[in-house]
Design a protein around this ligand. Structure first.
Ligand code: GLN
Length: 309
């Protein structure tokens, strides 16, 4: 199961890169459209601190929906499991990540899970702090701890671009505010959420986050418990059931690696107990997952027998 060299990975990256022409870079957030269609990078980070990587590994990208995993971990640390899951469910949905449909048919209008936008917006509204700055600072501190990289910050251009165009996310918030699920100022929530989504990383930052989750929330280097084990378990389970949007079931069968994707083309993956995976490939397939990234995960899973099932 242990991949040893950058060269081994590079061969897989170059094979998967061939598929990037068939995907499409996200454009509904205008700033994301600047990405290079054929970029593809991969990093594997092991608990023994070894990191191997291949492809366009210095490229930075924003977390987008991958941030939902981290915001959920922080909100549960802040509010406790009971309070968080009173406002957001634990069930997968067959709908796209930004769908509003189930909110109206479910009574109460509680989003089905924290990995769809409606659920993630509720979760972000539960992060503790007296200002957007403080809440964001606390989320960034968690990211710094998990990546061991305190230089990670927000891509303000991407955040602004999404803030100016997030009409659908605003409507999800107003709908949920009407039904008492979201409290407080919606504009402030959208500002915090779009900044959370615009946290800028590389594929090895992402792989180290995966490694910490694979290692049950503890940093193997410092032995520090960054997340309680129970919270690591909860977020990993959501990655399996809902992490790849409405492709999560098929992905679990074909790949079997707990993963969370974002529209930037990011994919965070992990294989307990010792491996974290970080991928960036901005060309997306029809479900909104990185097309090269999904191919790479399929290949990795087959070659190194990584399915958890
Ligand atoms: N910021 C994006 C949005 O809310 C995140 C979505 C995603 O990565 N799927 O639309």
């Amino acid at each position: 199961m242990y991949c040893e060299t950058d060269e081994e990975l590079l061969e897989l990256v170059e094979r998967a890169r061939k598929y990037t022409d068939q995907g499409k870079v996200a454009s509904y957030i205008p700033a994301l459209e600047r990405a290079d269609q054929n970029d593809l990078s991969l990093a594997l980070y092991y608990t023994d601190d070894k990191c191997i990587k291949a492809g366009d590994v210095e490229k930075k990208f924003t977390l987008q929906s991958v941030s939902k995993v981290l915001a959920l971990a922080l909100a549960i640390m802040d509010r406790g499991e009971n309070e968080v899951f009173q406002k957001v469910g634990m069930e997968p949905t067959g709908d796209p990540f930004n769908s509003i449909a189930k909110l109206e048919t479910q009574i109460p209008a509680k989003p089905l899970n924290p990995m769809i936008n409606a659920g993630a917006l509720v979760v972000t509204s539960m992060i503790s702090g007296t200002s957007i700055h403080e809440k964001l600072g606390r989320l960034l501190a968690l990211v710094h701890d998990m990546t061991n990289n305190s230089s990670i910050d927000i891509d303000l251009e991407v955040a602004k671009s999404e803030f100016e165009t997030a009409h659908l996310n605003r409507s999800l918030c107003y709908f949920m505010k009407q039904h008492g699920i979201v409290e407080g100022d919606v504009e402030e929530l959208i500002e915090l959420y779009t900044k959370q989504c615009a946290i800028q990383v590389t594929c090895y930052d992402l792989a180290r986050i995966g490694m910490i989750l694979a290692n049950k929330g503890t940093d193997p280097k410092t032995k520090r418990k960054i997340l309680p084990e129970r919270i690591a378990t909860i977020v990993k389970t959501f990655m399996v059931t809902c992490g790849m949007y409405n492709a999560s079931g098929e992905f679990a069968i074909q790949v079997g690696i707990p993963s969370k994707s974002g529209v930037s083309g990011a994919i965070l993956g992990l294989v307990p107990p010792s491996l974290g995976i970080g991928i960036y490939g901005p060309a997306l397939n029809e479900k909104g997952n990185s097309i090269g990234g999904v191919k790479l995960l399929e290949m990795l899973s087959q070659r190194y027998d990584l399915s958890i099932f």
